[in-house]
Write a protein that binds this ligand. Structure first.
Ligand code: PLP
Length: 410
């Protein structure tokens, strides 16, 4: 990176601090990852200087010859990667991708039906503190109280009562394969559009390790920075018949200029995900998560929500430890393990009685199943002995060893 420490020591030093933090922490936040050097180089390139308003061949400003190449490549690679008839790679984030889809398919006041936040849904799927719950009439489905899995009979019942215009499938904290065809059937029964937000699992879908929602949904949104391992950003995939409406909903309805440096980085990330090595990476993400789940399942106090994981993440119910999610996340962070507090499907309030754990980042650092097992054991030790300074110090030492043995090389 260009050394601007003399020009702006405050920002330079903060970036060094963050870089050191990333090196020295076992990062288990399920929505994070490590983008490649090529992705990060594109993001720091001259492309940030250039305004591109509108689509290739129909730009508002002159001088977009190189940008047309980048935009077309990004779009084509996204379509190839996800077998999609149409891609829009301009959304600045997952939230803006969702916003654009709602703008294309809904009018203010229309009904949407999505997964509740307690069950693992995202707040841009209709929560009242977000524009989606303020502009649209939102209704929610949860999970089965016994199994903590999606209950399609119940979802069908709610859909028939509510008669939503749009059903949203997809989650931020759900650890199982989602059968999109069941959502499709329910959407068809109530004459609703089906949107899938695959932000969390996009990398697993790209690798062929989770059913591809593009085959059955009307429209699919995603971020590009989670399991997909690209730059921070969003995208939309859809059937070709929605192309004009979605293009218009992104620009001019919800965005002006593109973040061209990010579009270039997305193009690079799509190409990386098309390589055979990405499939291997995604499989290791799942293997590592399942290795950790085995350790948590063997502990008496920690309860794995739904009893297992089939993807990159899991949620731990900490009630028997006496710790809230926030206390547990702070405690773990104090020994160098980063997680986040999480709502549990069945908790009655909003305390956040659990923590969420994901393996995309440690897998990008080449942690294998033995390493992941060791990390899970360290977590169990910490959560079972929150006040035992000796044990906490031992865990801290083990974390240092693990991060030193697995330097970030990407
Ligand atoms: N959709 C889902 C399912 C998510 O998990 C997230 C982010 O956590 C988003 C959308 C929002 O993405 P962004 O933070 O890029 O706006």
């Amino acid at each position: 990176m260009y050394d601007f420490s003399a020009q702006d020591p405050t920002i330079w030093n903060a970036i060094q601090k963050e870089s050191n933090r990333q090196d020295s922490v076992i990062e288990l936040i399920a929505s994070e990852n490590i983008a490649s050097k090529a992705v990060r180089a594109a993001q720091g390139s001259v492309l940030t200087n250039k305004y591109a308003v509108g689509y290739p061949g129909k730009r508002v400003y002159t001088g977009n010859e190189a940008l047309d190449v980048i935009d077309n490549a990004a779009k084509q690679r996204a379509e190839k990667l996800f077998h999609a008839e149409y891609a829009n790679v301009y959304p600045h984030s997952g939230t803006q991708a969702n916003q654009a889809v709602y703008a294309a398919f809904l009018k203010p006041g229309d009904k949407i039906l999505a997964m509740s936040e307690h069950a693992g849904g995202h707040f841009t799927h209709g929560q009242k503190h977000n524009f989606s719950g303020q502009l649209y009439e939102s209704h929610f489905y949860g999970v089965d109280p016994e199994t903590e899995l999606l209950d399609f009979d119940e979802i069908e019942k709610i859909a028939k009562e509510v008669k939503p215009k749009l059903i949203i499938a997809g989650a931020s904290a759900y650890s199982h394969i989602i059968d999109w065809t069941k959502f499709r059937k329910i959407a068809d029964e109530v004459n609703a559009y089906l949107m899938v937000d695959m932000a969390h699992i996009a990398g697993l879908v790209a690798a062929g390790l989770h059913p591809n929602p593009v085959e059955v949904a009307d429209v699919v949104t995603s971020t590009t920075h989670k399991t997909l391992r690209g730059p921070r950003g969003g995208m939309i995939l859809a059937k070709a018949k929605y192309a004009d409406a979605l293009d218009n909903a992104v620009f001019p309805i919800s965005q002006s200029g593109t973040l061209e440096h990010v579009i270039a980085a997305k193009a690079i990330a799509y190409d990386e995900a098309l390589q055979p090595s990405f499939k291997e990476y995604a499989q290791n993400v799942i293997n590592n998560a399942q290795a950790m789940a085995k350790v948590f399942n063997a502990d008496d106090k920690i309860r794995l929500v739904s009893g297992g994981t089939e993807n990159h993440e899991m949620t731990l119910d900490l009630n028997a430890t006496g710790l809230t999610g926030e206390q547990a996340a702070d405690l773990l962070y104090s020994v160098g393990i980063a997680t986040n507090k999480e709502l549990l499907p069945l908790e009655s309030g909003n305390t956040m009685e659990g923590i969420r754990i994901g393996t995309p980042t440690i897998t990008s650092r080449n942690f294998n199943e033995d390493d992941a097992t060791q990390v899970a054991k360290l977590i169990v030790t910490v959560l079972n002995h929150p006040n035992d300074e000796d044990q906490l110090n031992d865990v801290k030492q083990a974390v240092v060893q693990l991060v030193n043995d697995h330097p970030i090389t990407r």
